[in-house]
Design a protein around this ligand. Structure first.
Ligand code: SAM
Length: 242
C-alpha cells in the first residue's frame, strides 16, 4: 500500500519518489528546525517527549528512530533515556543527518525505512516522526519495523493528519497549504525551505486515511494496533510485536 499516489509535477512514478524526497530534505535541512519550531508554536520538543513518555519509552531501552531527520525525536528520547548511548538514528538524507549529528552522540546510520540495515529482533522501541508519508510502501516499511523489533517491542509513529470534518479541513488547508509555506519563504528567504513546506502540505492532503495505516500495521503482523488522535491534528499510531 502506498501512502499517497505519485505527486506530479514532482515525480510521475513511485520509483522516482525517493530521489526527489532526498533532494528536498538535503536542500531544506538547515532550515528544518527553525521552520517546524515556529510553525507548530514551539510545541514540538515538548510534544515529542510527552508522546514518548506516554507510550512507554524507559531508560535502558534500545531505541531505533527511523527518519530521524535533524534529531528532534531522538533529542526528546535522550531526555527520557538519560543518554544517547542506546539510540540509533536512521535517515536517507545526509543533510538532515549532518544537523542531527551536531546535537547528540547517538549512532547514526544512512538508510531507508524499507530496508533497515539491522539484524532481526534488535530494538525494544522504534519511533518514526512525521515521515510516514515519505516511505515508498507501508508494506515494506512496516515489515521491516516488525522484523527489527524484539518480541514485546513497541512501535510509535507520530503524524499530522488532515481533519475529516469540512470546517477543520478548510482551516487545515488554509494554514498548511497557504500560510505556513508563505511565512516560511518570508522568514527564511529560501525557495528550498518553502518547497519543503509546500510538499509537506501536498503529502498531508493526499495521504490515505488513518484506517488504511492501521490495516497495514495489522497486515505486517503487529498486535495492539491503535491510533490516538491528538488535538484534531496529530495521530499517534502505536503497536506491539507480540
Ligand atoms: C519531516 S522530516 C521528520 C524528521 C523528524 N523525525 C522529526 O520528528 O522532525 C522527514 C524525514 O524523513 C526522512 N525520510 C524520507 N524518506 C524516508 C524513508 N524512505 N525512510 C526513512 N526516512 C525517510 C527525510 O529524509 C526526513 O529527514
Amino acid at each position: 500500500m502506498f501512502p499517497h499516489p505519485p505527486l506530479q509535477p514532482h515525480y510521475t512514478s513511485t520509483e522516482a519518489k525517493p530521489a526527489f524526497v532526498n533532494r528536498l530534505f538535503d536542500s531544506g535541512a538547515k532550515y528544518y528546525d527553525g521552520v517546524v519550531d515556529w510553525g507548530f508554536l514551539r510545541s514540538g520538543s515538548f510534544y515529542r517527549r510527552w508522546a514518548l513518555q506516554r507510550h512507554g519509552l524507559r531508560p535502558g531501552h534500545q531505541l531505533l528512530d527511523v527518519a530521524c531527520g535533524t534529531g528532534l525525536v531522538a533529542t526528546a528520547a535522550q531526555k527520557i533515556l538519560g543518554s544517547a548511548d542506546t539510540i540509533t538514528c536512521l535517515d536517507p538524507s545526509e543533510g538532515m543527518l549532518a544537523v542531527a549529528q551536531k546535537k547528540l552522540s547517538a549512532r547514526f546510520v544512512v538508510g531507508r525505512a524499507e530496508a533497515l540495515p539491522f539484524p532481526d529482533n534488535s530494538f525494544d522501541f522504534l519511533t518514526m516522526g512525521y515521515a510516514l508519508r515519505h516511505v515508498t510502501t507501508f508494506d515494506e516499511a512496516f515489515g521491516e519495523f516488525h522484523r527489527v523489533l524484539r518480541p514485546g517491542g513497541k512501535l510509535l509513529i507520530l503524524e499530522v493528519t488532515k481533519p475529516s470534518g469540512r470546517a477543520g479541513a478548510s482551516l487545515f488547508k488554509l494554514y498548511f497549504g497557504r500560510i505556513y509555506p508563505s511565512l516560511t519563504q518570508v522568514f527564511t528567504r529560501s525557495r528550498d525551505a518553502r518547497d519543503m513546506m509546500v510538499y509537506f502540505w501536498e503529502t498531508m492532503d493526499a495521504c490515505v486515511r488513518p484506517e488504511a495505516v492501521l490495516a497495514a500495521l495489522r497486515a505486517a503482523g503487529f498486535a495492539r494496533v491503535e491510533r490516538k488522535p491528538m488535538l484534531g491534528l496529530f495521530s499517534e499510531y502505536s503497536a506491539v510485536k507480540s
